[in-house]
Design a protein around this ligand. Sequence first.
Ligand SMILES: C[S@@+](CC[C@H](N)C(=O)[O-])C[C@H]1O[C@@H](n2cnc3c(N)ncnc32)[C@H](O)[C@@H]1O
Length: 274
Amino acid sequence: MTDELDRVRDHYRATGLTDRLKNALAVFGPEQQRLKPEQLATLDQFHTRGLAATAELANLAAINAGMSVLDVGSGVGGPARFLAETYGCTMIGVDLSEPFVEAARYLTTRTGQDAKVSFEAGSALALPFEDSRFDAALLQHVAMNIADRPLLYREIRRVLKPGGKFATFDVVLNGGDPLYPVPWAKTLGESFLLTADATCEAIEAAGFGTLVRRDDTAAAKAWFAELRAAGPPSLNLGVVMGQGFAEFATNLGRNLMEGRLGILTAVFEAVPVN
Ligand SMILES: C[S@@+](CC[C@H](N)C(=O)[O-])C[C@H]1O[C@@H](n2cnc3c(N)ncnc32)[C@H](O)[C@@H]1O
């Protein structure tokens, strides 16, 4: 385990997370009551623009029922549950944080999706899957925690079938030094941002061709402005990340508004290797 991975794992340590979720979800009724994935959306979509961003990305990647899809850095599993429910695909999530994986499994049992959605603890830099296993892979707000981008994208390419889709939605460097703490990092020590151009170059160098590339910074800024005006929903990512989360989110909004950071949406196709 490298120092970098240890620091990232520490950031997402989330002690007692599953119990906090159990308590927070009592607002929906007793423990045995089945929940709908959408009911969890304000606390289980751990990225800018929440569920709307996941839905758009899945649509761009043309996810369908026959697919086996990997969510790399799956967090507490919201994107995986939403895709399985919406498209009928089979989902596997992998995440560095064991408390997140435990919480993702708990929430998936609460939504009754264990047959279609599962999670494993592991690193995106050494994915615990055989070559050419998946039809598509998702990476949402994860790459900024990973220094070794060539290895990250090679691993994703390795586990995809030739022609498989890779859909990414990530924070990128734009025009200045970001303010910390932010949702993925308390300090620069856990944050490894690249520009949109450098991100796409690294992905293509790992054996992908670009299908879609979009700058979604304006949509993210509008979303943060709405959030600021309306105030956070009562169930929010503070349940997952603790009280500091409000400051993390405010700083991300400011970094976007001040042009320090941007948001990249892109979909790639795994180029067949000879
Ligand atoms: C901001 S959260 C996003 C979670 C999820 N993709 C979502 O959008 O809801 C970042 C996630 O990436 C995971 N992560 C960071 N570095 C990782 C790595 N090297 N391998 C696997 N997961 C990693 C973290 O544990 C965390 O769950």
